[in-house]
Design a protein around this ligand. Structure first.
Ligand SMILES: Nc1ncnc2c1ncn2[C@@H]1O[C@H](COP(=O)(O)OP(=O)(O)OP(=O)(O)O)[C@@H](O)[C@H]1O
Length: 345
């Protein structure tokens, strides 16, 4: 029997398709009560990981469990985990209600559950319409309704925001949040775009090239954002020297001839430059956004081809240029690997 914990554990999971290392030694844990984003660029290995979790692909090594068991040992899996994977089709001639009734019969839940889940996803008024005429957003809702039929403890959604308009995304966010928080369920959603799911998620697992790059609370990642000041001086190397002599360490020249200074104010920099007799033509405050951090964490996928496969344990990449390394990644207790039950560094 499974343990009923609602916990997803991915441990040293790998999948090789011929010469392609789709997933490499991936480990993370997802606890109930929050929505976790599973993020990475196209081809990072997200869908493969989710398919292994759902028993649709056999791992080359490692394991993925839900409630302490591989999917194949869950008994009636639809009661434990509901999922929406990409490109799931519906019979175009079948109404939404009939589609759901077919699935309800297959997993042994009563017919009336079809109308309940249609109501939950806001498709109540479209129950008698044929799925073939549904918009992409409506199909996403119908897929979610199908996943909810067994009233599962765990929801796994692959790119659920695809095709949703802003109102649909807001609806999905409220739905998933209350599903996870109020009912203490586990929700894992994948996306290749952080900003698409940023409003949806509390925790984040970021992967690229099949390797974990970061995992922890999104809030912690957000807090680690440091603003920096971009300075355009007459003499960049003289300014770097003057700032360092005044104890400012987060200083680095940028490729466009400016100097990036972290952990200091415009005023402090201006005073030091004036005292050192260095002319400054402009200063600009620059705030790192999450999207840029996401890109920094995952860009190895595009730039690291010669080094492929990547090192096994780069859990955290370096900071974006101009950001002090000690601030990045965040180092609060929430970020201990143990908190997530993940791999030791
Ligand atoms: N059945 C398969 N046979 C061969 N290679 C595969 C197979 N499935 C996936 N791959 C490869 O594995 C790698 C990871 O693919 P995967 O679909 O898991 O990535 P993803 O992160 O979900 O990407 P996307 O955001 O584009 O959906 C890719 O290089 C892909 O081409």
């Amino acid at each position: 029997m499974h343990d009923g914990s609602g916990r997803i554990v991915v441990q040293n999971l790998s999948k090789q398709f011929g010469a392609v290392n789709a997933v490499q030694n991936l480990s993370f844990t997802v606890e109930p009560g929050s929505v976790t984003g599973f993020l990475g660029p196209n081809g990072a290995g997200k869908t493969t990981t989710l398919r292994m979790l759902l028993g649709l692909v056999t791992p080359t090594s490692g394991m993925a469990t839900i409630n302490g068991r591989p999917h194949s040992q869950l008994g009636n899996p639809a009661r434990v985990v509901g999922s929406v994977l990409e490109n799931e089709g519906f019979h175009p001639g079948r109404t939404a209600r009939n589609h759901l009734r077919v699935y309800a019969a297959a997993i042994g839940v009563p017919d009336r559950r079809a109308d309940e889940v249609l109501g939950l996803v806001g498709l109540g008024s479209a129950a008698d319409r044929k799925a073939g005429g549904f918009s992409l957003g409506m199909r996403q809702r119908l897929a979610l309704a199908t996943a909810l039929l067994g009233d599962p403890q765990v929801l796994v959604l692959d790119e659920p925001t695809n095709g949703l308009d802003p109102e649909g995304i807001l609806w999905l966010r409220n739905f998933l949040r209350s599903y996870a928080r109020e009912q203490r369920r586990t929700v894992l959603v994948s996306s290749h775009l952080l900003n698409e799911v940023e409003q949806l998620i509390d925790q984040v697992v970021i992967i690229s090239q099949g390797v974990t790059r970061y995992y922890g609370p999104l809030e912690q990642l957000r807090k680690s954002q440091q603003s920096r000041v971009l300075v355009q001086p007459a003499d960049p190397s003289a300014l770097v020297k003057a700032l360092q002599e005044n104890g400012i360490t987060g200083v680095s020249p940028t490729p466009d001839g400016r100097v990036a200074v972290a952990g200091s104010t415009v005023q402090q920099i201006g005073d030091i430059a004036a005292k050192a007799g260095i002319a400054v033509y402009g200063m600009q405050e620059d705030h790192a956004d999450l999207e840029r951090m996401f890109f920094q964490l995952t860009q190895a996928q595009y730039t690291g081809a010669p080094g492929y496969p990547p090192p096994q344990q780069p859990q955290y990449q370096g900071p974006p240029p101009g950001y002090p390394p000690q601030q990045y990644p965040p180092s609060g207790p929430q970020h201990q690997q143990q908190h997530w039950g993940g791999p030791q560094q």
